[in-house]
Design a protein around this ligand. Structure first.
Ligand SMILES: Cc1ncc(COP(=O)(O)O)c(C=O)c1O
Length: 417
């Protein structure tokens, strides 16, 4: 698009804060780090839930990622980014018949089934489309190995996947669903695994679980080991390149699935956070400062409407750090940094030492290319979503703003299902 100074200050000047700056070259670097850390051969899916920006999906597709999608909109983004339907996989609990029909009509054949009912609905939709779907059965292992995960999603009672013990009790129940051909297993157990050891422990649980199920006769042409590769989120830090993961994971694969290097099973990983978090910076600005009962408040033009919806819904909430773009050497005042929403929940920092800023001063939050704008409370209070600016070196390749739009809707004649 335009060659320009793509610094945070220049973009804020050109487009106005709040804005997300996505540096597409950081995607190249993250993809390179992750693929070097993983033993080959492998297939890597990009989980669009982390950031469905079309330019990000397109760049990761060009780098060789397939697309893991969970909605019509994510699927359309992946296809528009150039990802062929044969490289898209639809996952997530609560896949509606409408979503399944939509995916099948667009040529998608790969699904991750989260329950027996889900498997049946996938088969029924494939039958309506006159085809057979290839399904991975998502498994919830009997125990968790991911005590270090920021968010554990398996090994405990979970809405994700089928308990391994349930499959053990009646494996054939899952292999004889019309039009839903089971091709393998899917084990995604949690997100935010920051260390090689945490990843290895998780992969070992996955491989033990998968090997036991394969012994019962469950097909294992593909084995999706998930990932949960952790990366710094909303604070400044350098992502790990997971030293030692490659040889140690290769050794585990050799032990549990000796023919994996010949593609049997095909080893699959999926990642959202690790690939995209480092590329994004939120840039916002000070709107107001004031004092109340001895506390100094700094009000920013961005808050939980632009960042941090899912992160703050956690217990305890994920800390999110906004800092002045230009730190000042002057003696600091403790400030309560807040967003623009009419809720005391919209607080960045309770007591951040700052030189009192003035309206217009810029603040930034690093490493928010994942779970940023679209994971925020984007419609609450109706402020415009932050602009999203993609840069590639010194070129601005895309400058857009998401719009929430109400459109008229006629009642449907009757449910087609
Ligand atoms: C099934 C599944 N795959 C992939 C992901 C992406 O995880 P991450 O962004 O941590 O890589 C998630 C996140 O919730 C998930 O539930």
């Amino acid at each position: 698009m335009t060659s320009a100074n793509t610094s945070v200050e220049a973009l804020a000047e050109a487009f106005g804060p709040p804005l997300y700056r996505y540096d597409l070259r950081e995607l190249d670097a993250a993809h390179d780090r992750l693929t070097r850390a993983l033993p080959g051969p492998h297939t890597l899916y990009y989980s669009l839930k982390a950031n469905p920006h079309p330019r990000i999906a397109e760049r990761l597709h060009r780098l060789g990622c397939r697309a893991e999608v969970t909605s019509e909109s994510e699927l359309e983004t992946a296809l528009a980014a150039g990802c062929p339907p044969a490289h898209c996989m639809v996952g997530g609990p609560g896949k509606t018949p409408a979503l399944l029909d939509h995916a099948l009509a667009h040529g998608v054949r790969d699904f991750s089934a989260e329950s027996h009912g889900d498997l049946h609905r996938i088969g029924a939709a494939a039958g309506r489309a006159g085809t057979t779907a290839r399904c991975l059965l998502r498994i919830n292992p009997d125990h968790t190995s991911s005590a270090q995960a920021a968010l554990t999603m398996a090994g405990l009672s979970s809405q994700f996947g089928v308990d391994a013990a349930t499959v053990h009790a009646d494996p054939e129940h899952y292999t004889r669903v019309p039009n839903a051909q089971l091709t393998g297993l899917h084990l995604y157990m949690g997100t935010g695994l920051d260390t090689t050891d945490a990843l290895l422990t998780q992969f070992e649980t996955a491989l033990t679980t998968a090997a036991a199920l394969a012994e019962l006769g469950l097909p294992l042409e593909r084995l999706n080991l998930g990932g949960g590769f952790g990366a710094p989120y909303a604070h400044a830090a350098v992502p790990s390149d997971f030293p030692g993961l490659r040889p140690q994971l290769a050794a585990l694969l050799d032990e549990f699935t000796p023919s994996w290097t010949e593609g049997s099973p095909e080893i699959v990983y999926e990642s959202g956070r690790y690939l995209t978090a480092p590329c994004g910076t939120l840039v916002c600005s000070v709107v107001d400062t004031k004092t109340s009962q001895g506390t100094t408040y700094v009000v920013l033009d961005a808050g939980i409407n632009q960042l941090g919806g899912t992160a703050r819904a956690r217990h305890p909430p994920v800390p999110i750090e906004a800092h002045p773009l230009t730190p000042s050497p002057a003696p600091p005042t403790e400030c309560r940094l807040v967003g623009p929403l009419c809720s005391p929940l919209d607080t960045w920092h309770e007591a951040l030492p700052l030189q009192l800023p003035t309206p217009g001063d810029l603040f930034t939050v690093p490493n928010v290319g994942a779970y940023g704008l679209t994971a925020a409370l984007i419609g609450f209070l109706g402020h415009r979503p932050a602009a999203e600016i993609c840069v590639d070196g010194d070129t601005v390749v895309s400058a857009t703003r998401l719009r929430l739009q109400r459109s008229p809707l006629a009642p449907r004649a009757r449910s087609p299902y």
